[in-house]
Design a protein around this ligand. Structure first.
Ligand code: SF4
Length: 338
């Protein structure tokens, strides 16, 4: 299947080869994945690709007319930067359709050495205004920016007027409260964070403690939340912990919820974005298949009848089964504040 010209792209996560195939088979226009090291921000145990798997994944995607983008969105460290540069070389050698970068030195290296390889500016670069986006285009030739999850639809529309860099937005998946690319919370209890080691709250630091009627979750030994009977326990991250503050026990920073922009698909597409991204390279093959299929159907339904677009109950029911936490949010897309 080849993407129809001028239509928004459905971009799906792939934490491994089976997930990549599931994304392709369920209607993704493009997939994104990273290598099995600290060069990407989903460096969880058991995830990601080696060179051979990446080559097979790209070949499989291309055979089905689907693009394959390589994610390289962490920051090289002074004592061992080589792996990041070698991964740029590898993405170019494997003929990825685009490389997703955040760090200035990698952007420069890729732009100079592989001018034929399209560069997508990672959300980790936190470029949320047109001056920043155009700066990255001028200096490093980026063709697309993945917008931080802090913008309203009118703000996205306004950006569209001021830059010809393609705009990609998150459409579904887990949410971070961080200013994108700037969160070190995980490192306080586990020693690692997404920015350098590519992982927030690694599974090796997570403990679920059964206390009879109650369940406690810990991260690096720190109590993150305690749940009563029947309450759904969230994966413990510091930002979504339930803490005592001002005499109350509550989610001080953020309640666990997932982004889901299904009902705003028309507004987001009409604001001028070219790509709807599904978050979740750390999630299962079945999550990738399910969410990709729903997003494919929703986008196709929009193009069949843009004015008559309605969210189907079956889409919501299907997505509810994949939710992280118990609620969905439209994130900042519908916020009235500027
Ligand atoms: S601690 Fe929370 S906000 Fe920070 S990276 Fe992890 S999930 Fe995102």
């Amino acid at each position: 299947m080849t993407k129809q010209q001028g239509r928004v792209e459905v971009l799906s996560p792939a934490g491994n080869l089976p997930s990549l195939k599931a994304a392709v088979e369920n209607g993704a226009d493009a997939v994104y994945f990273g290598f099995r090291n600290a060069t990407n921000a989903r460096n969880f145990e058991g995830l990601n690709f080696n060179e051979d798997e990446a080559a097979r994944g790209i070949e499989f995607a291309h055979k089905h007319g689907v693009k394959a983008n390589v994610t390289l969105n962490t920051y090289p460290q002074a004592d061992n930067p080589d792996i990041w540069y070698k991964t740029v070389d590898l993405a170019a050698r494997l003929k990825a359709d685009a490389i997703i970068l955040a760090n200035i030195s990698l952007l420069d290296y890729c732009h100079k050495n592989y001018p034929q390889l399209p560069i997508h500016l990672s959300v980790q670069a936190s470029a949320s205004n047109y001056e920043a986006i155009n700066f990255f285009k001028r200096h490093f030739g980026i063709t697309r920016v993945i917008l931080p999850r802090v913008l309203t639809v009118p703000e996205i529309r306004a950006l569209r007027e001021k830059t010809d860099v393609e705009l990609e937005v998150f459409a579904f998946g887990g949410l971070c409260v961080m200013a994108e690319g700037r969160c070190y919370l995980s490192s306080y209890t586990t020693g690692v964070s997404p920015n350098i080691e590519g992982v927030c709250s690694p599974a090796r630091a997570v403990r679920f403690e059964n206390m009879g009627e109650r369940l406690r979750t810990r991260l690096g030994g720190v109590l993150i939340a305690e749940y009563g009977k029947g309450e759904e326990a969230a994966y413990p991250t510091i930002c979504k912990g339930r803490y005592h503050a001002n005499g109350q026990l509550y989610h001080v920073m953020e309640e666990p919820s997932s982004l889901n922009i299904l009902e705003m698909i028309p507004q987001v597409i009409e604001a001028g974005v070219v790509c709807l991204k599904i978050e979740g390279r750390q999630r299962t093959k079945s999550y990738v298949a399910t969410v990709t299929k729903v997003m494919r159907e929703a986008v196709d339904a929009y193009y069949q009848d843009p004015k008559g677009f309605r969210v189907k109950g079956s889409w919501l029911r299907t997505l509810n089964a994949t939710s992280e936490g118990t609620t969905y949010t439209l994130g900042t897309y519908e916020e009235a504040w500027q």
